[in-house]
Design a protein around this ligand. Structure first.
Ligand code: LRH
Ligand code: MN
Ligand code: MN
Length: 430
C-alpha cells in the first residue's frame, strides 16, 4: 500500500463536493453516448488503464534561456522529486511511472526503488545527458558528445549511456532515451556525413550494452542548442538511425521538436507503419521547443496524434507499444499542477480518439466524402469526455478535481516549509 503524501480523507472530502455533479454529468454523457452505440463503462475502463510517465525534471521550475524563477518548495533532490511525482499520481491516478534523467537524478538505485515503492511508483525510460557537462567530467561536450571529433569524448559519452542502462537495470526500467545536442552553429563547422558516421558508431556501442528485453529510443529535435545543423534533426534521420541500430532501436517523438506546421500525426502514422515508433514526449508549443503544458496550445493536434494511436491499437498493428511520457518545463505555473493538467489532457485526447466512429470514417474515406470524414473526427473531438476522466479518477480513489484537491491540501506550502528556498539564476534546461 502506497504511503501517499496527501491524506485520503482530504481527497474524499474534496470529492464529496463534486460527486453529485459528476454523477449527473456522467449519466447524461452515458445516455448521449449510448445513442451513438458507445458504452461509457468501457471507456472508463480504457481510460483507467491508461498511464503517462512524468519526467523527474518536470517537477522543478524550469527556465528560459534568459532566466530562472524558482518557486516555493523546489525539490532538493530526486527523492523530493519522487514525492512530488507521487502526489501527481495520487491525485490523477494517471501517472504511475517516472522517467529519470542521469546524472541529475543519480542516487543509490536501492534507495530509489525503495522510495518509489513507498509512493506506488515505477520507472519508465532512463534519459542520458551528454548535452551538458557534469561536475568533474574529463572531456567537455561543448563541441558535441556521441559525434564529437575526439574519440575519447565519444567514448566518455558511450560510457555515460551504459551507466544509465546499469542504473535503469537496477530500478526496473526497460528503455533508454538518447537525445544529444550535437550539431553545429555555422556552415562549415562540421562535416555532416563524418559527424553522423561517428554518432552511429558510438550508438552501436551503446546498443551492445542493451539487455535483450530493453529498447533504445532516439529523440530527434530540429535545432537548439545547435542553431545551424543538428545531427539527429528530424524523423527521417531518426528512422535511419533506428534502422541502422537494429531491432531494439526505435524513434521517440517529442511534440515540440519539429518545424512549425509539420504534420506530426502523419509522422506518427509512418513510424507505426514501419514499426519504429518507440514513444512520446508530450508537451505543446507555439514556436519551437517551448515545453508548454500538453494540449495547452493545440489540443486538436494532440487528438489527431491519439487518433493515429487508437487506429493502430484497434487494428492490432504489429509491434505497436509506444512509451508515453510527458516532457515539459514550467516557468509560470506550479509544476505539479501543470503536470497533473497535462496528464489529464493526454487522457482526454485518448478518450476522444476512442470515440471516433472508425467504421463510418472508413466509408467516408472510401467514398471520398471529405466533409463527412472530417466531421467524423470533429464529432469525437468535440465530445466533452470530462465525466469519463473524472469517474475513472474517482473510482481509483484519486481526485475528481485534482487541481482543487491539490490546492485544498496545501501541499506546496507544506513542502515549502521543509525545503529551503532556492534563488533564481540565469537560464537552464533546454
Ligand atoms: C531536449 C529534451 C530531451 C531532454 C529533455 C530535458 O529538448 O526534449 O528530451 O532529455 O529535453
Ligand atoms: Mn524531450
Ligand atoms: Mn525538448
Amino acid at each position: 500500500m502506497a504511503e501517499y503524501k496527501i491524506g485520503s480523507d482530504q481527497i474524499g472530502a474534496n470529492n464529496d463536493k463534486h460527486a453529485k455533479a459528476l454523477y449527473a454529468d456522467y449519466a447524461a454523457l452515458g445516455e448521449h453516448l449510448a445513442r451513438r452505440n458507445i458504452d461509457i463503462e468501457k471507456l472508463v475502463e480504457k481510460v483507467s488503464a491508461y498511464g503517462v510517465a512524468v519526467p523527474s525534471w518536470g517537477v522543478g521550475t524550469g527556465g528560459t534561456r534568459f532566466a530562472r524563477f524558482p518557486g516555493a518548495g523546489e525539490p532538493r533532490d530526486i527523492f523530493d522529486k519522487l514525492d512530488d511525482c507521487g502526489v501527481i499520481h495520487q491525485l490523477t491516478g494517471a501517472t504511475p511511472n517516472v522517467s529519470l534523467h542521469i546524472p541529475w537524478d543519480k542516487a543509490d538505485p536501492k534507495a530509489l526503488l525503495e522510495k518509489a515503492d513507498t509512493l506506488g511508483l515505477g520507472f519508465d525510460a532512463m534519459n542520458s545527458n551528454t548535452f551538458s557537462d557534469a561536475e568533474g567530467q574529463k572531456h567537455s561536450y561543448k563541441f558535441g558528445s556521441l559525434s564529437h571529433a575526439s574519440a575519447a569524448t565519444r567514448a566518455q559519452a558511450v560510457e555515460h549511456n551504459i551507466e544509465c542502462i546499469e542504473i535503469g537495470k537496477a530500478i526496473g526500467s526497460k528503455a533508454l532515451t538518447v537525445w544529444i545536442g550535437d550539431g553545429s552553429n555555422f556552415p562549415g563547422q562540421t562535416n555532416f556525413t563524418t559527424q553522423f558516421e561517428r554518432y552511429l558508431d558510438a550508438m552501436k556501442d551503446v546498443v551492445k550494452a542493451l539487455p535483450a528485453d530493453w529498447r533504445i529510443f532516439t529523440e530527434h529535435k530540429m535545432y537548439e542548442p545547435a542553431f545551424y545543423s543538428t545531427v539527429v534533426q528530424d524523423w527521417g534521420t531518426n528512422y535511419m538511425i533506428a534502422q541502422e541500430l537494429g531491432p531494439q532501436a526505435y524513434c521517440l517523438v517529442d511534440l515540440g521538436h519539429h518545424a512549425p506546421n509539420v504534420n506530426i500525426e502523419m509522422i506518427v502514422a509512418r513510424l507505426i507503419q514501419f514499426k519504429k515508433l518507440g514513444g512520446f514526449h508530450f508537451n505543446d508549443s507555439k514556436y519551437g521547443d517551448d515545453d508548454l503544458d500538453t494540449g495547452s496550445i493545440d489540443p486538436f493536434r494532440l487528438f489527431l496524434v491519439f487518433n493515429e494511436l487508437v487506429d493502430a491499437e484497434q487494428r492490432g498493428a504489429e509491434g505497436f507499444d509506444p512509451a508515453h511520457m510527458l516532457d515539459q518545463s514550467h516557468n509560470v505555473t506550479d509544476p505539479i499542477e501543470s503536470l497533473m493538467q497535462s496528464a489529464m489532457e493526454v487522457q482526454r485526447a485518448y478518450a476522444q480518439a476512442l470515440l471516433v466512429d472508425r467504421g463510418a470514417l472508413k466509408s467516408f474515406q472510401e467514398d471520398n466524402d471529405a466533409l463527412m470524414a472530417a466531421q467524423t473526427l470533429k464529432k469525437a473531438f468535440r465530445t466533452d469526455v470530462e465525466p469519463i476522466l473524472a469517474m475513472a479518477r474517482q473510482r481509483k480513489g484519486a481526485a475528481i478535481d485534482p487541481i482543487a484537491a491539490y490546492r485544498a491540501a496545501g501541499y506546496r506550502a507544506k513542502v515549502a516549509a521543509e525545503r529551503p528556498a532556492v534563488t533564481g539564476g540565469s537560464g537552464g534546461i533546454v
